[in-house]
Design a protein around this ligand. Structure first.
Ligand code: FE2
Length: 364
């Protein structure tokens, strides 16, 4: 299928803005080299490079952006807002540990929690937003935002009440805030921790709990979820060694979201696990690490490659997910060929493509 260029307009680079979609491949001036493929969404860095580095003068921009792409652009904008707000809460300067949660910070957490809940009510795909936050930068506040998106998605699947979802959102946004009270070199240490360092890290749920208690604006459900998010279902977690239902339900949900995010994120010392490997691990950890009922809800809500997301295929092509299939690892995708054409591929139902697979989510 040829990518349509009928609804496209030749646009000077000075007039480009983030979110616009490329209609025709962009070549380096006087060369065969393709700088950008049709279908790519522009961001500020790309626009800067086109102008300053490659001296491109004009590009063809789509005027009829599909609903999926609109959703993707909106998701990116929303995520950046939440992210900036949360960054303030966690303290802009990561080198300096925080000592308290200000009223202003607490209000900001409230706002991000409200945004998450209302975007979920509008049936926005939170998992799509979550994937856009995956990057090499492993700041605690980014991890917390991703965990919150996954946690409320699981909570919704489990049919939690509005108040419970709200508590869950707040607790997940703050679950690791205690880490910001520990020396940054321990938090960022890439290799194996010494026993002393590990003992120090293990204080973070209690430190976070105390921070919220001292602030005073949080109910027991939120505070207990922060305190208990490192507990394990079989009683081998910390800080209290609680078992089964003694661990607060919200904490059990955060644990599932937390571990999934840790496995699928980049770490300085290892590659991220594939979503298939992570899924396997979560199932294998039922009853020992996790509450089985919550793992089931996680699997039901699980969309590793959500509609509208961008992925890399194992033949090197980039693609956009058009729809999910019964097997969530093999959705329907629109792959982009090098010549600027596209091909719709049903990875699940079309046996021609059995050898084709998704390698990972990508950001553009
Ligand atoms: Fe934690």
């Amino acid at each position: 299928m040829q990518t349509g260029v009928r609804n496209a307009i030749r646009t000077p680079v000075e007039e480009l803005s983030s979110g616009m979609v490329i209609a025709r491949n962009v070549y380096e001036p006087d060369s065969e080299k393709i700088l950008l493929y049709a279908g790519n969404v522009l961001d500020s860095v790309t626009i800067f490079n086109l102008k300053e580095r490659y001296n491109v003068e004009n590009v063809w921009i789509k005027t009829d952006i599909s609903a999926t792409l609109k959703q993707q652009i909106k998701a990116e904008i929303d995520v950046h807002e939440s992210l900036n707000t949360l960054k303030d809460v966690f303290g802009k300067d990561e080198e300096t540990p925080i000592e308290e949660l200000s009223d202003e910070a607490s209000k900001q957490v409230d706002e991000v929690a409200s945004d998450l809940i209302s975007s979920m009510e509008m049936d926005d795909n939170l998992l799509l937003k979550m994937h856009q936050l995956q990057s090499y930068d492993d700041s605690t506040y980014k991890h917390c935002l991703r965990v919150a998106m996954m946690a409320v998605t699981i909570g919704k699947q489990m049919g939690l009440s509005k108040q419970e979802l709200r508590d869950l959102a707040e607790a997940s946004l703050l679950h690791d805030i205690g880490k910001r009270m520990i020396a940054i070199d321990i938090i960022r240490k890439p290799g194996k921790l010494t026993d002393d360092e590990f003992r120090e890290i293990k204080k973070h749920p209690t430190l976070g709990y105390r921070l919220l208690r001292e602030h005073g604006g949080y109910n027991n459900n939120v505070m207990n979820a922060v305190l208990m998010h490192q507990e394990k279902y079989d009683g081998t977690g910390y800080p209290l060694g609680l078992r089964g239902d003694k661990i607060s339900r919200l904490a059990r949900i955060i644990t599932v979201a937390d571990v999934y995010d840790a496995l699928t994120s980049n770490r300085p010392y290892r590659q991220p696990w594939s979503v298939a490997e992570a899924e396997e691990f979560m199932m294998g950890g039922s009853y020992t690490h996790f509450d089985y009922e919550i793992v089931l809800a996680f699997l039901a809500a699980f969309a590793p490659y959500p509609k509208g997301g961008r992925v890399l295929l194992n033949d090197g092509r980039k693609a956009t997910v058009i729809n999910n299939n019964a097997n969530v690892l093999r959705p329907l995708v629109r792959a982009e060929n090098r010549d600027g054409t596209t091909e719709d591929i049903d990875l699940y139902n079309d046996f021609k493509y059995l050898s084709l697979a998704i390698v990972k989510n990508i950001k553009e």
